[in-house]
Design a binder for this molecule. Structure first.
Ligand code: ADP
Ligand code: ADP
Length: 235
């Protein structure tokens, strides 16, 4: 079974508005590195919200179809249950992060999740190492670069050991070199921890280099889907 199965999903934020997602069906395999691309307003963030359970649990609106995450229907389980499977890094990481020092950001999430005390230090250091920021452990988050902040947000999620990592334009505010480092980190997590990665990204070169599966969204629909080669040689 796919780790995420989206079956004929349509979603409107308000009854009267055009659907943000319009008959989307998509199977995401365990271990996939999926890239989602498309113009502004295409529905990319809305699709990410369906994977993280923010839709239907947080946003109001009308949802048709079903999203299964690790064989659970997201409508039938709590947001907390979903968050133990899918970790997400939002577009605006400054609003997502709650602590002022890097290690506290990771500790906060783990305490929230009820990670046993004798496991916390090991998970903390492993997550920092996986993401390559062990040296930033005691730093004030406010003093970090955009790329370093992205990595802190990713490490904080990784400490919670999700099976799927969803990121909404993690490179939007980054220069090309930092963008590449963030994708290198995602590739390492995907390869070494077998975490399924779903990333919204506008840079074709990054998707071509790192993804095995690409979806082009346009106007709430899947315009193209396949390997990067299939999708981008079409364009
Ligand atoms: P992007 O194209 O980068 O995803 P958007 O401008 O579509 O950014 O959305 C930015 C934020 O504003 C998102 O959190 C989104 O949920 C919210 N948003 C977008 N469109 C609307 C709208 N019509 N009404 C209310 N909130 C919206
Ligand atoms: P993208 O991420 O591809 O830019 P979004 O998923 O943010 O697209 O938006 C898809 C559509 O849904 C757009 O028409 C947008 O205006 C609308 N939308 C997004 N967020 C909200 C929201 N919170 N409330 C109402 N409409 C929204």
């Amino acid at each position: 079974n796919p780790i995420i199965d989206i079956e004929d999903v349509s979603f409107s934020y308000r009854e009267t508005h055009a659907p943000a997602l319009n008959h989307i069906s998509l199977a995401i395999g365990e271990g996939d590195f999926l890239g989602i691309i498309g113009p502004s307003g295409a529905g990319k963030s809305t699709l990410a919200a369906c994977l993280s359970g923010a839709i239907p649990h947080h946003f109001g609106g009308t949802l048709y179809g079903a999203v299964h995450v690790a064989d659970k229907d997201t409508c039938e389980v709590t947001l907390t249950d979903i968050s133990r499977i899918v970790g997400s890094v939002l577009q605006d990481i400054d609003t997502q992060m709650v602590a002022s020092v890097v290690e506290d950001e990771l500790l906060f999430g783990m305490e929230n999740f009820g990670v046993p005390h004798d496991k916390i230090e090991q998970r903390l250091s492993e997550a920092l190492q996986t993401v390559g920021i062990a040296n930033l452990r005691d730093r004030e988050i406010a003093t970090l670069s955009g790329g370093q902040k992205q990595k802190v947000a990713i490490a904080a999620i990784m400490a919670l050991q999700p099976r799927v990592l969803v990121l909404d334009e993690p490179t939007a505010a980054l220069d090309p070199a930092s963008s590449l480092l963030v994708f290198d980190t995602l590739a390492k997590i995907n390869r070494e921890q077998n975490v399924t990665v779903v990333v919204i990204e506008q840079k074709v070169a990054l998707l071509s280099t790192f993804c095995n599966h690409v979806v082009v969204l346009d106007n709430g629909k899947i315009a193209l889907e396949g390997t990067p080669h299939e999708v981008f040689s079409h364009a």
